[in-house]
Design a protein around this ligand. Sequence first.
Ligand code: ADP
Ligand code: ASP
Ligand code: MG
Length: 448
Amino acid sequence: MKFGGTSVGIPARFWIAVQRVAGARSRDPVVVVSALAGVTNLLVDFCRDPESRARIAARVAEWHADFAREVRLPPAAIEAPIEAWRADAEPLARGSEPLDGAERDRVMAHGELLAAALFAAGLEAAGVPARAIFAGDAGLVTDEHFGAAHPLPESEPELRAALGLRPPVPVVTGFIGRTRDGRTTTLGRGGSDYSAALIGAALGAEEIQIWTDTSGMLSADPRIVPEARPVPRLSFAEASELAYFGARVLHPKTLLPAIQREIPVRVLNTASPEDPGSLITPAADPSDSPWRVKSIACKQGIAAVTIVSTRMLLAHGFLARVFEVFGRHHIVVDLVTTSEVSISVTVDDPATLAPAIPELEAIGQVEVKHGLAVVAVVGEGAPKRVGLAGHLFTLIGGIGVAVEMISQGASRVNLSFVVREEEADKVVRLLHRGLGLDAELGAMRAGA
Ligand code: ADP
Ligand code: ASP
Ligand code: MG
C-alpha cells in the first residue's frame, strides 16, 4: 500500500490513510510512503541554493513538528528523524556550493525518512504495531546512478528477507535506496510508486495499491481536463504507455516489476476510499469494448531531431549509423518517423542531445526543434480502429493546429503525435471531448 505525498502530507487525509492500513491488516500489508507533499521540492531548493539553506533547514524541521502536532501525534514520534535532519543539514548550510550526486541524494532522502516515522507513529496510535524502515535497510540496493538509481538484482531476496516477517507492519520509505557500500540513492522524482512495485514484486504481493489524490487513472490529466473521469480497468500495456507519456499518477517504471510478476496494480483515492479506482491487470477486461480510446496523456519539453542525408538515397546503413550515435550517448528516443533519406526522432531529455550533434552532423544535415509535446492516445486496439486517425487529425486540423510528427502502427495500444508545446493542452481537451471520453460522465450526471 503506497501513499503519496498528498495522502500522507495532508492532515485530514493522514488518518484516512492510517485507517486504510488498519482495515487491511488481515491481508498482511507493507506500507510505502512518500515525503509530505511539497517537502521534496523544498529539499531540491536546499540543494540548489546555498543562500537559503539555513532557512530551509529550519523550515523542514518545523514543518514536520507542526504536522505531528496537527495530527495529534506525540512530539517524540518525530524527534529522532528531525534530529537526524538537523545533524545533516546544519553543516551543509554553511557551504556555498550547490549539492549534487551522493550528497544531494542523502539530503533528498530525509523527506521520506520523516514521513515514514510519522506514518508508523500514526499506525501505532491507531493500535496497529508498525515500524518505520529506511528502504536501504530493507534491502533496496541500487547502482550508483545518484538521482536516478537502478535497483540491483540482489534487492529481491534482500527485500524478501527484511520484510518477510510481519507484523509489525513495515512502513518503508519510498523513492530511496542505498548502494552496496551504504550510500543513499534516489530513484528519480515520483519514484515512490516504483519503490512500492519493487517491494510488491519481491514479496509476491497479492496486489500493489497506489493511494493518491485522484480516483484512479483518469481519462486525462485532471489539471488539463477538469472533467476527466476514472478508467475502471486498464491493461499493463495501456497503463505503461500512459505513465510513460506523462500521466504523473504512476511513475513510468512502476509497472515493470508488476508486469514481471503479473501482480495487479490498483490506483485508489485516499480522500475517497470507497471509490473503486482503477485496476491494472496483464490484459484488459474482456468485457471492455475493444478498440476504445481510454485515456490521453501528454508529455511536454520534448525536442525533435531530424537528420537528412541525400547521400543515403538507395544506400544502406543510414538508420543503423544514426541509432549507434544515440545509443552511445545514452539518448532515449521515443517516437521515430523515417523516409528514404531522412529520419526524425523525439527525445524527452533535450539536455542529453548536445554532445551527439557533431556526430550526427557527420551523417547528414541536422535540425533540432525544441518546445514540443507528445500527445499519446491510448486504448488496446485503438490505433488500428478504422477511421480513428482520420477523425483525430480532422479535429486537430479544425482548430488550426499543425501536427509536427505522427507515429502510428508500431503500437497496438498507443497512437502518438507531436505538436507545439503551447498547443498541447488545447489539443488534449479537444480530443477528450471529440473522442467522447467525457461522455460516460455526462451520461452519469444526467442520471442515465
Ligand atoms: P502522489 O503524491 O500520490 O504520488 P502525484 O502528484 O505524483 O501524487 O500524482 C497524482 C497526480 O497526477 C494527480 O493529482 C494528477 O494531477 C496527475 N495526473 C496526470 N495524469 C493523470 C491521469 N491520467 N490520471 C490521474 N492523475 C493524473
Ligand atoms: N517525494 C518524491 C518526489 O516528490 C517521491 C515521490 O513523491 O514519489 O519526487
Ligand atoms: Mg507521485
